[in-house]
Design a protein around this ligand. Structure first.
Ligand code: FAI
Length: 541
């Protein structure tokens, strides 16, 4: 097929797949027009290409700041082929139409992500001519196909080969993708510039705030949801433009009903909590979540053992829960969880046998989220598979904070009582503290032997959370004798300490910092309870 009346303008920073695309276009008879570096590459590949400078009669200038900003380019992209006056204007001024635009932009995002990026480097990587052409072509999508991503090349080439033209629906989709790309590009520029402190000169690396003067959220829709938190609310699921490895939005669903809004919210709570335990160093962990709170968390030698511990904490609440593991689910774990009704099961993997067993629970949503790309010791929260920031919507506003990614070690604990916790108690205190972080405030978590025994969540009074946690343990038939307790924030009075000591607790972990710390420490000493302070609070609202 010869499409010799068509011409394509190619101007790309990232040259991936470019030669193959240009070869395909050339084979169809499409004329190639290109900017300096791109033209050079095409010419080296033996393709006949006209340089933009030759086409416009104007040299590229100002270190490439002006290359394609010319009426011969923008006229060729913007002219409506169905309007006689546009066609006349083109012929009066000797402007040829451009039917296909292939552009990707200077790598601004990658440049500013590098440590040591100077203000000057950042500014030089703001592409001007590229986005201008993309806008022109995308506005005139009825007549021009605009490609802004190498992933689009093969499909467009195949359409040209099959139909001799790019289909209308494809041109529209390409235009939408093009506007999304330049909108994301401009948002990245705005984020960068509005977050920095102007340095003395352009050769300096500017200091940047994590909270830019304008926040430009960039999210991509994954799916519409049947409804929101309640059936009268509409909802959809979005992912970050660049999701962190091991995050819920990258889940593969093996089976089960469509995920609902509440399923996703609870699944995220369960997954983030179980991921806090490293399968390699902590061993298998299982978290069961109901209404965004863990109702059971346990470690075990196997996934099945971890599940048994988590389930035993609160079998009533576990019904219809979300179950998450930090290690692959084997047949034994699949058999074990299959005995209960669960909404969602999440794990980094499943054995073939486990998937076969779970298939019998056809409605259960079974999600797989690989954890291999997560770097436990990664330099950034993103590399560690965590959000760097938390965002909460308030009336006409947002609250943005750095995420609560703090992790505590035994060496960080401050002993405040005469009685010292044993090494086994210290391990349990750290386990309880990790769990408390994922429980809504006021959070109280009784634990022993690497498993929860009673969880008090979301109460307006800390004392009530202690009472509820101990009552729940009683209902589950679990003794709290010798248990350890984590409190997400300090005890304001000794009463909470007294209730947990009455329940049988022998060691407590809490931030400290109350006006009445002395009173609470005295109560612990009086009751023979060992207590450590973390100096760190884990409020979760
Ligand atoms: N200044 C211009 O008129 C201009 N026109 C196109 N560009 C960009 O130049 C790049 C390609 O340059 P080259 O073909 O020289 O390697 C592309 O990323 C394209 O978006 C421009 N560069 C910057 O604005």
């Amino acid at each position: 097929m010869k499409l010799s009346h068509l011409s394509a303008l190619l101007s790309v920073s990232d040259k991936t797949g470019l030669v193959e695309l240009a070869q395909g276009l050339h084979a169809l008879g499409i004329k190639l027009l290109s900017t300096g570096g791109t033209a050079k590459l095409l010419a080296e590949a033996g393709l006949p290409v006209t340089e933009v400078a030759e086409h416009t009669g104007f040299p590229e200038m100002l270190d490439g700041r002006v290359k394609t900003l010319h009426p011969k380019i923008h006229g060729g992209l913007l002219a409506r082929r169905d309007v006689a006056a546009h066609r006349d204007a083109l012929s009066t001024h000797g402007i040829a139409t451009i039917d296909l635009l292939v552009v990707n932009l200077y790598p601004f995002e990658a440049t500013v992500a590098k440590a040591g990026c100077t203000l000057g480097d950042a500014i030089e990587n703001i592409d001007i001519g590229g986005p201008a052409m993309v806008r022109s072509a995308a506005k005139n999508w009825n007549d021009v196909a605009v490609l802004t991503d190498a992933a689009q090349y093969a499909g467009v080439l195949a359409e040209l080969q099959a139909h001799g033209a790019v289909q209308r629906a494809t041109r529209f989709a390409l235009a939408v993708a093009a506007f999304n790309r330049i909108s994301n590009y401009d948002a990245a520029i705005s984020d960068y510039l509005s977050s920095l402190e102007l340095p003395a000169d352009d050769a300096a690396v500017p200091a940047r705030s994590a909270f830019p003067a304008q926040s430009n959220g960039r999210f991509v829709k994954l799916q519409d949801l049947r409804y929101g938190e309640n059936p009268h609310q509409q909802a959809a699921l979005y992912r970050d433009l660049f999701p962190a490895p091991g995050s819920l939005v990258s889940a593969k669903q093996h089976q089960g009903k469509e995920l609902s809004y509440n399923n996703l919210a609870d699944a995220d709570a369960a997954w983030e909590a179980v991921k806090a335990f490293d399968g390699a160093s902590d061993g298998p962990a299982c978290v069961i979540v109901k209404h965004a709170n863990p109702c059971g968390v346990a470690l075990g030698r196997t996934a099945a053992e971890a599940y048994a511990g988590a389930f035993a904490t609160d079998p009533n609440s576990a019904f219809g829960g979300i179950i998450a593991f930090n290690v692959p689910v084997d047949a034994a774990a699949a058999e074990a969880v299959s005995k209960q009704f669960m909404e969602v099961l999440i794990a980094p993997g499943y054995s073939a046998e486990a998937l076969r067993i779970l298939a019998a629970k056809a409605n259960t949503r079974v999600l797989e989220i690989p954890l291999d790309a997560v770097q436990r010791e990664g330099a950034t929260p993103w590399a560690r598979g965590q959000n760097a920031q938390d965002v909460k919507r308030i009336g006409s506003g947002l609250l943005i904070q750095s995420a609560d990614n703090a992790v505590l070690a035994a060496a960080d604990l401050k002993l405040v009582t005469t009685r010292k916790p044993t090494p086994a108690q210290v391990a349990d205190l750290l386990f309880a503290w990790k769990v408390a972080k994922f429980v809504k405030s006021n959070a109280i978590v009784f634990c022993s032997g690497g498993r929860t025994l009673g969880v008090g969540a979301g109460q307006m009074s800390r004392l009530d959370s202690v009472r509820i946690a101990s009552i729940k343990a009683q209902h589950a038939g679990l003794s709290l004798r010798g248990a350890v307790v984590a409190s997400d924030a300090f005890f304001p009075f000794r009463d909470g300490l007294d209730v947990l000591a009455d329940a049988g607790a022998s060691a407590v972990i809490q931030p400290g910092g109350s006006m009445r710390d002395e009173e609470v420490i005295a109560a612990a000493d009086e009751r023979g309870v060992a207590m450590v302070f973390t100096g760190l609070r884990h409020f979760r609202h």
